[in-house]
Design a protein around this ligand. Structure first.
Ligand code: AMP
Ligand code: GLY
Length: 432
């Protein structure tokens, strides 16, 4: 089979490599680091041609933006097999107000919230909440439209900046104001075929820019899987309380959802709460989840796309850690055009793959930064501690003095796993 992957980031590089275990892959628009041949001998090619012009048996749409804009609908209208929801399902991520409405309708546990397009009632609602306070853009903002703060003044100023359009343009003209929840965050991604849903291995993402969860929210600075703090019982509970009811609510609205349902969760003292739903693989969660799926990924995604998800994905007894290497100035103003070296040396560390995200070749053919998140250094090993050690060994081989990477990805998880005496068994009990 030939599979077309739409997108150009680290998630799409990870998708291309995982799909190329069993299929020929073509990526559009891709990036300079993706092209090659997989260890299994399948070619990965990169093209500028639009997905509609690529002859492939399956199209996998990576990012949310084209899904929200209806790319999956256009391809399906041409009779193509597509993994990714139509615009009706993608609205779940395209509008946080719609998502919260659907969660309420489905009875899914989530933070208390209000939706506002005027400042005065938003400020009044903030005053009703105990704090910390959360202010989100309704529309897409590449993971950067969320403020979580202990300062009422900051929350109020953020409401003004978003609603006025100065901070996020049209995406911020409506805001969702929420109570701040405390607990452990994790990401549970599930494959959906419209009716049936199957959980994938659980991952944890590092949203903040700096060590110790300090600094602004980003698209994600690293991830690991499995998550020692999340056992099978938690996964079962989330599937029962959050994922199945949401899929049922979508169906009641006539949405035939085929793709990934990604639940961003906060495990609070009162139980799991959904912070958000995304309509695609997480980035960088995909980088650590995909190598832990033992089945033929192309076959699995084709089953879901065809509305016939029969195979139960089983997590491998391995661990994966991905450290994101970002450009200086990310997320506000990443410096592009910086020359990066040492990738071959990094890739020689056992189990390590350097995934490309925001890279380009300059006119002299040198690899340079071309975006905010530039590389994902991923290690897969028998346990989290080894994967983490190898990922950082590889990061340290990258020659880019100004690069920006967190040093604490999976640190607490490794300590927790050590305290448990072992890396816990995979947290997913097959499909449902
Ligand atoms: P979202 O895009 O909605 O997932 O928000 C991005 C990040 O903001 C999440 O991963 C959390 O770290 C944080 N966040 C979002 N909503 C809340 C909330 N209600 N309470 C605490 N933190 C939150
Ligand atoms: N890593 C967070 C996301 O993909 O939305």
């Amino acid at each position: 089979m030939k599979v077309c992957v739409v997108g150009s980031g680290g998630r799409e590089h990870a998708l291309a490599l995982a799909l190329a275990r069993t299929a020929e892959v073509v990526v559009t628009p891709g990036n300079p680091g993706m092209a090659g041949t997989s260890p299994e001998g399948f070619p990965i090619t990169v093209t500028d041609a639009p997905a509609t012009a690529i002859d492939a048996g399956l199209v996998v749409v990576g990012p949310e933006q084209p899904l929200v804009e209806g790319l999956a609908d256009r391809l399906r209208a041409e009779g193509r097999l597509v993994f990714g929801p139509g615009a009706d399902g993608a609205r779940l991520e395209g509008s946080k107000a719609f998502m919260k409405e659907l969660l309420s309708e489905a009875g899914v546990p989530t933070a208390r919230y209000g939706v506002f397009d005027e400042a005065a009632p938003a400020r009044a609602f903030l005053r009703e909440l105990p704090g910390p306070w959360v202010v989100k853009t309704d529309g897409l903002a590449a993971g950067k439209g969320v403020l979580v703060t202990d300062s009422m003044a900051e929350a109020q100023a953020d409401v003004d900046a978003k609603l006025s359009g100065t901070a996020f343009g049209e995406a911020g003209r409506t805001v969702v104001v929420e109570e701040g929840l405390a607990g452990t965050e994790c990401s549970l991604l599930a494959l959906c075929d419209g009716r049936r849903v199957a959980p994938l291995p659980v991952a944890q993402d590092f949203k903040r820019l700096r060590d110790g969860d300090d600094g602004p929210n980003t698209g994600g600075m690293g991830a690991y899987s499995p998550v020692p703090a999340v056992d099978d019982a938690v996964v079962d509970r989330v599937m029962d309380e959050a994922v199945e009811p949401l899929l049922a609510a979508l169906r009641r609205r006539g949405v035939d959802y085929r793709g990934v349902l990604y639940a961003g969760l906060m495990l609070t003292a009162e139980g799991p709460r959904v912070l958000e739903y995304n309509v695609r693989f997480g980035d960088p969660e995909a980088q650590v989840v995909l190598p832990r799926i033992e089945e033929d990924l192309a076959g699995l995604l084709a089953e879901a796309a065809a509305g016939r998800l029969r195979t139960d994905p089983r997590p491998a007894r391995t661990a994966a850690v991905c450290v994101v290497v970002a450009a200086p100035g990310y997320p506000a103003a990443p410096r592009t055009g910086e020359v990066i070296g040492g990738l071959a040396e990094a890739g020689e560390v056992p189990g390590v793959t350097v995934l490309h995200a925001g890279t380009a070749l300059d006119e002299e053919g040198r690899l340079v930064s071309a975006g905010g998140r530039v590389l994902g250094v991923r290690a897969v090993a028998a346990d989290l501690a080894t994967a983490r050690r190898r990922a950082y060994e590889a990061v340290d081989r990258i020659d880019w003095p100004d690069m920006c990477a967190r040093r604490d990805v999976a640190e607490a998880a490794v300590a927790l796993a050590a305290g448990m005496g072992t890396v816990p068994a995979p947290a997913v009990e097959g499909a449902r």
